[in-house]
Write a protein that binds this ligand. Structure first.
Ligand code: NI
Length: 185
């Protein structure tokens, strides 16, 4: 079934930065749908906004559902040594994952100020379309492997806290809610 995607309002003076949804917003728990050929214009408009929003935050990855767009689109840039190497991921999927696991601390722009150790496959191969629609594959380990898996999780409505015990997850959500309430005062 086709679902019309409503893009956020056009950029104004604040250029292309979009508001990032904060957990437990329901859009963050919703599975995004695959990008189709007729989404090309929407995706072309969305990608620069995703990058701008990610860099402004600042963060190293951002998925479309985090700005309320239910499309399988994400951007990643580890910005190692402060050098920008932007990667746009359209319809990304993990096509191979190592049995070896790695644990590293993760955070998320939708869970500001919250961090926890997350265990995932240490290496993954990810297949995706780039911004020009070309088929690409990345084999990643280390931080990039974790980041790619984290962003693809977002497209399935999964947050890093969903990979923790219910006890840890609820603790983080309660702490976040409290901090957001204090910030709003
Ligand atoms: Ni995230």
């Amino acid at each position: 079934m086709s679902t019309a995607i409503t893009l956020p309002p056009p950029p104004d003076a604040e250029a292309t930065v979009l508001p990032i949804l904060i957990a437990p917003h329901p859009a963050l728990k919703t599975k995004a749908r695959a990008v189709r050929d007729d989404d090309a214009a929407a995706v072309r408009a969305l990608l620069p906004r995703l990058f701008a929003t990610m860099y402004r935050a600042p963060g190293i990855g951002l998925a479309a559902p985090q700005v309320g767009v239910g499309l399988r689109v994400a951007v990643v840039d580890l910005q190692a040594d402060n050098v920008r190497t932007p990667v746009a991921l359209i319809n990304p999927e993990v096509v191979a994952a190592s049995e070896e696991l790695a644990t590293r601390e993760e955070g998320c722009l939708s869970l500001p100020g919250q961090y926890a150790d997350v265990t995932r496959p240490a290496q993954v191969r990810v297949r995706f379309l780039d911004e020009s629609g070309a088929r690409r594959e990345i084999t990643a380990d280390g931080l990039l492997a974790a980041c790619l898996q984290h962003e693809i999780d977002h497209l399935d409505g999964v947050l890093f806290i969903d990979r923790l015990s219910a006890l840890r997850r609820n603790m983080i959500l309660r702490r976040l809610a409290k901090e957001q309430r204090q910030k709003a005062k």
